[in-house]
Design a protein around this ligand. Structure first.
Ligand SMILES: Cc1cc2nc3c(=O)[nH]c(=O)nc-3n(C[C@H](O)[C@H](O)[C@H](O)COP(=O)(O)OP(=O)(O)OC[C@H]3O[C@@H](n4cnc5c(N)ncnc54)[C@H](O)[C@@H]3O)c2cc1C
Length: 475
């Protein structure tokens, strides 16, 4: 059986859903092929459950940081209720609601594993053993996301190691958890499970957390995790793990000659594209690779203007909001080209995801929160920009002290001196994840600092840090 649609989307995560929705809104037909759950990794095994696990600890800490409220929240978190609340967000993997949403939006859904079968064709292997062929009149959009990689640790695949999936969906709190990694997932999950009562040890190969961010981000999270009671061992790697068949405990041998005893091991060391079994070789591409794209998300290595890739799989910005941004641009480009227009890029057209070259906002829900957008000072200098960085302690803003008795936070602004505009911002502290959007607007809007000066933050809000940063810059 062969069915034809204008657009065939392989992978129904945030990128795929939005791409399909936007092409249908433009008057084209679309089908989504999904192998597991409509909504993707994000809804059930990544962003949503991780933030659901983190929020109760953050809410408790926020109350405890205000005298008078502190005394009202003396008890620890209730793990059973926290896990139950998380399950209310994820439906324990039941994607009926999101499948219904596709239906309501006029998008067809074919469940099964999709593989490219030459130009504009996708074969879907279904659970009942049948294969259905889909033909795309206009485009195939690949949005298959990523999967975790395991570090080269002897015995890791034999102990039932946790990846991000188990770390976000587990039904019980491990008494002792060892986390391998020092990136966002490692830091957030260490925070979440420690808040729920686990004894957590972080094994970090590098000498800092959140490498690639401004150093202050990793330093503040290191301090925050320490305050929570997480043990962090920098410059240490696991070399061997084994689970005792009787006690179910795991022994983790490290390269500094020590051994740790724990109940679960979480490996959070990176991800690879889910393109290993995608039929890429049928269109002349190597299996298992990322899919580099242009600003309209068209796969650059394939001619003929029909293959697009959005979301994590194109390796541009592995975040849900950027997957959706790319999907909006990709769908607009497909619609433009279907109408015989060229969809040229440049000048922030709706069919171009080029703003992510300058502004990818990222939010980390550790305690303290950290958030960033644009370039770090180091990356800006490496890019050849003449920049000046200014820092301001957010705790010195009146609104911050009113917000929390022990407010601690830092703001760093990176200014392109040549153009007089902000090119990067990093914030740490309570509500950093909410405050960062101001910086995104300033960067994408290329707002001159002299004009930004006239955007007056309300008193007494934490946003007054913007006034202080501009004063620190010299305005
Ligand atoms: C623990 C964790 C926490 C995170 N938290 C955040 C956060 O707070 N904010 C944020 O912005 N990002 C977060 N991320 C990143 C975010 O999850 C991803 O950026 C986002 O899910 C990418 O969306 P996507 O559509 O590209 O892929 P996915 O969400 O991975 O969806 C891909 C879909 O494709 C399907 N699929 C794969 N191969 C095939 C095939 N051959 N045939 C059919 N279907 C297929 C999969 O089943 C899946 O449903 C987090 C990631 C992790 C691991």
């Amino acid at each position: 059986m062969e069915d034809t649609y204008d657009v065939v989307v392989v992978g129904g995560g945030p990128g795929g859903e939005v791409a399909a929705d936007r092409v249908v809104r433009s008057g084209l037909t679309a089908v989504v092929v999904e192998a597991e759950t409509v909504g993707g990794e994000c809804s059930y095994r990544a962003c949503v459950p991780s933030k659901a696990l983190l929020r109760p600890g953050a809410a408790r800490a926020a109350a405890r940081s205000v005298d008078g409220a502190r005394q009202a929240v003396a008890a620890a978190l209730d793990p059973a209720r926290v896990l139950a609340r998380r399950d209310r967000f994820t439906g324990r993997g039941d994607d009926t609601g999101q499948a219904d949403w596709l239906d309501g939006a006029g998008i067809a859904l074919v469940r099964g594993h999709g593989r490219l079968a030459g130009e504009r064709r996708v074969e879907v292997s279904r659970a009942d053993g049948t294969v259905r062929t889909l033909r795309a009149r206009r485009a195939v959009v690949v949005s298959t996301g990523t999967e975790p990689v395991l570090p080269p640790v002897e015995g890791l695949d034999g102990i039932g190691v946790w990846t991000s999936r188990q770390a976000t969906t587990a039904d019980a709190v491990p008494e002792r958890l060892v986390v391998i990694g020092g990136g966002v997932v490692a830091c957030e999950m260490a925070t979440a499970w420690r808040s729920l009562g686990s004894s957590v040890t972080l094994l970090v190969r590098d000498q800092a957390l959140l490498t690639g961010w401004e150093p202050c981000a990793g330093e503040e999270v290191t301090r925050g995790l320490g305050d929570l009671g997480v043990t962090i061992r920098f410059g240490v790697s696991a070399v061997r793990v084994a689970r005792d068949a009787d006690t179910r405990t795991v022994i983790v041998d490290t390269d500094d000659g020590t051994a740790l005893v724990c109940d679960e091991v979480l490996a959070a060391v990176g991800r690879r594209p889910r393109t290993g079994d995608l039929g890429l070789e049928t269109v002349g591409l190597p299996a298992g690779d990322w899919l580099p794209v242009d600003d309209t998300c068209r796969v650059t290595a394939v001619g003929g203007d029909w293959l697009y890739a959005v979301g994590d799989v194109n390796h541009r910005a592995p975040l849900t909001h950027m997957a959706k941004y790319q999907a909006r641009a990709c769908a607009a480009a497909i619609a433009e080209r279907a109408a015989g227009r060229p969809a040229r890029t440049g000048g922030l057209q709706p069919w171009s995801a080029e703003a992510e070259r300058v502004a990818v906002p990222q939010a980390v829900f550790t305690r303290p929160e950290v958030a960033s957008v644009g370039l770090t000072e180091r990356a800006a200098r490496e890019a050849g920009l003449a920049v000046r960085a200014v820092e301001y302690r957010i705790d010195d803003v009146a609104g911050a002290a009113l917000h929390a008795d022990d407010y601690r936070g830092l703001a760093k602004l990176v200014v392109d001196e040549t153009r007089g505009v902000v090119v990067g911002c990093t914030l740490t502290g309570p509500m950093a994840t909410e405050l960062i959007h101001t910086a995104t607007v300033a960067i994408v809007g290329e707002v001159p600092l002299e004009r930004l000066w006239h955007a007056v933050p309300a008193f007494p809000t934490v946003s007054e840090v913007w006034l202080r940063l501009l004063e620190a810059y010299g305005l």
